[in-house]
Design a protein. Structure first.
Length: 372
């Protein structure tokens, strides 16, 4: 098997570049062929430095494609790749990956949003043969400069949203390589989008107390929110919590669950006060918070609850988890224990909370006192 770069003289003093295969390979129409024209043309007699540079760049391009085709053929011979994979619909494969990785409704929606941006970037048409290093770089730049889809305003997509969507795109590309739809990892030299540090809102103990004493009529949302603030559990874990997950020992109550996000087993002690928010005990396979629904409308109601309590902060359900971590740190709990209580795999993730202005930092700022 050999693949060589050949030239053929055409009109206008140009030379067409093509690949010569031996033995023949299947062409686009399924018929054996020895030639693949690259649609690149060299100057037969370059007249200046610009034309010479064009010739050099075309030859470099032809050699790159030659090596790529040679690798594809070898991988196909070894059973590692099927050339028909080039025509597989990448967007359909993206949907398959979403279904495989689906964990929670909110996570599912985030994956679907990522797919929508790929569809917008490609006008809804994209095959495995389109996925290369250049495609990944251009999609990266697209996310960093595009406006939000289906938004009333012309606001740009936030950087952290771009990070989230691009990471999901990368996951799909890596899966495609693992599933042998791609001949190589096209992301090996493509940088990720760096995350922009965001403001992490949290409630003080006084604000949390105000919230607990403020009326809020939306099913289980109030108790579930306060439960998250007292336990640090994510929405996905709170909304899927079942009575069988609540257990009691001589030391008190604890939760025994598999975290929805990380899939790690979690043995999580909870306070008596947190347990009191669970209400009347149901059957083991019943959800503790039956009426929890994640929606934009309920998020608006949640913000109204905070406003009624006289709290002007922009708080979402996830901020109750931030509140839990911050209050633990404020009260002297070491960061290693906080990391375990939050179910983090890496303590570096927990270190983010140490940047929040806590009471400990306030006290530290006032340690040095002089008369002025």
């Amino acid at each position: 098997m050999s693949v060589k770069v050949r030239t053929k003289e055409v009109s206008g003093g140009r030379i067409s570049l093509y690949l010569d295969y031996f033995p023949p390979v299947k062409g686009k129409k399924g018929k054996p062929t020895r030639r693949e024209f690259l649609k690149r043309y060299n100057f037969k007699k370059p007249q200046n430095e610009v034309e010479k540079r064009v010739n050099r760049e075309n030859m470099f391009f032809a050699e790159t494609i030659r090596l790529q085709r040679e690798k594809e053929i070898l991988n196909e011979i070894d059973g590692l790749y099927n050339s028909a994979s080039k025509g597989v619909d990448f967007l359909e494969y993206f949907q398959e990956v979403i279904e495989r990785r689906m964990q929670t409704d909110s996570n599912y929606n985030n994956w679907m949003s990522a797919k929508k941006y790929v569809e917008a970037f490609t006008d809804g048409k994209c095959t495995m043969g389109d996925i290369n290093e250049d495609f990944c770089i251009r999609f990266r730049e697209y996310l960093l400069t595009t406006k939000r889809l289906n938004a009333v305003s012309n606001l740009r997509l936030s950087q952290n949203s771009a990070v989230s969507y691009y990471n999901k795109f990368r996951c799909v590309v890596k899966d495609a390589f693992a599933d042998r739809y791609l001949t190589h990892n096209v992301l090996s030299r493509v940088k990720s989008i760096p995350a922009k540090e965001s403001k992490r809102e949290f409630l003080t103990l006084e604000e949390l107390q105000k919230l607990a004493q403020t009326h809020f009529d939306l099913g289980d949302m109030k108790n579930a929110s306060l439960f998250s603030a007292l336990t640090g559990l994510r929405w996905s874990d709170v909304s899927n919590l079942k009575w069988a997950d609540i257990q009691r020992t001589e030391s008190g109550y604890f939760i025994h669950i598999i975290q929805q996000k990380t899939k790690d087993v979690m043995l999580h002690p909870i306070s008596d006060k947190a347990f009191s928010l669970l209400g009347k005990k149901g059957k083991p396979d019943e959800k503790v918070f039956k009426d929890l629904v994640y929606s934009d409308r309920n998020n608006v109601r949640l913000r109204q609850w905070l406003a009624d309590a006289g709290i002007g902060k922009r708080i979402s359900f996830h901020n109750f988890r931030h509140t839990y971590a911050t209050l633990l740190l404020n009260n002297g709990t070491d960061i290693y224990t906080v990391s375990k209580m939050l179910g983090h795999k890496n303590i570096q993730t927990t270190m983010i909370y140490s940047k929040i202005l806590t009471e400990t930092k306030v006290k530290a700022a006032n340690v040095i006192d002089i008369e002025l």
